[in-house]
Design a protein around this ligand. Sequence first.
Ligand code: SAM
Length: 340
Amino acid sequence: MTLNKQDVVNHMMGFFQAKAVTSALSLKVFDHFKKGGLNAQQVAAKIASPVRSTEQLLIALHAMGYLQKEGDTYVLPEEHHAFLLSDQPLWLGWLGRHIDTFLYPLWEQLPEAVKTDSNQREAVFGDNRSWFDILYQNPDDVADFQEFLGKFAQPFIEGFVSQYDFSQHRAFLDIGSGIGSLPIAVANAFPDVKLAICELPQASAFLRDKLGSQGYGERIDVVEGDVIKGYLPIGDFDLIHLGWMLHDYAPDTQVTILRNIYNAMPAGGRFIASETPLNDDKSGPEFTALLSLNMLVSTDGGIESSTSEYLERFKQAGFSNARILEIPGPRMLIVGEKTA
Ligand SMILES: C[S@@+](CC[C@H](N)C(=O)[O-])C[C@H]1O[C@@H](n2cnc3c(N)ncnc32)[C@H](O)[C@@H]1O
């Protein structure tokens, strides 16, 4: 692949687009278009901002395709309501707030992170606690993180639950489940499988509220734990899943996590990690490669790996028959067993 000068300029100026969109979401600009079109004066009054700067933002949002324009009136196309209106389940404002609060300031320190091979939490937040301790210190930040990750995970969950026969298992444990979307989908499709989640204590209150409000409080048990420290429910679960979490940790910590899971499983049990790996020759994909930089600036040694590196770590942890299972959607399944 070769690039021309304009490609490079486009990459460098990409933050213009990112910040225009996260700012519009943060100001809840789109919400005011729910009932119909508005001109700049009307939007300015609704967001309590000067007309001139409000109009500058509207012109940019129109030029980027977020709004349409009829004369002086801006209109939010019906097709955009699902992800731009804050009362819609797919609203992307959760992601916008997470970007503005955490990712954007951390990415500003990327040169230092590359030079020192270390996260930039201390430089940005003046705080050297773990990534999840910082992320979870404020309940609103927990909600932002889990809500947008739940939306990211939806296409993966649809592929997983439609292709994998969970009914071959007695009991399923989802470690680091986030908002619980996978166990909820399994509960709906496989009524006889016993279900539990193991989550960090700081994320568990939010999770219990979410499950309870959707009617799954009794069906899905939430156990507080820590897979790195080995605090896991032992023995009962013949299927354990860990989604998009290995990449949050350094390779040696990943092996500790995998060993702890292996030790907690019954003989004959199966473990599945779902990840978005790098190609074996590390040629991409681009999103995973950039996500790896996100892990560099934010976590303690987190990194994206290839499927062969994941499989090697599975073997080191003791799993037999380690293999890749491809399913529709954005993730791959890395599967291992504890021999009976
Ligand atoms: C990136 S999110 C992934 C959420 C979801 N599993 C998915 O596949 O989209 C990682 C999750 O792992 C949880 N987590 C992180 N470290 C953990 C640990 N040491 N023990 C248990 N859960 C942990 C976090 O609270 C978070 O919900």
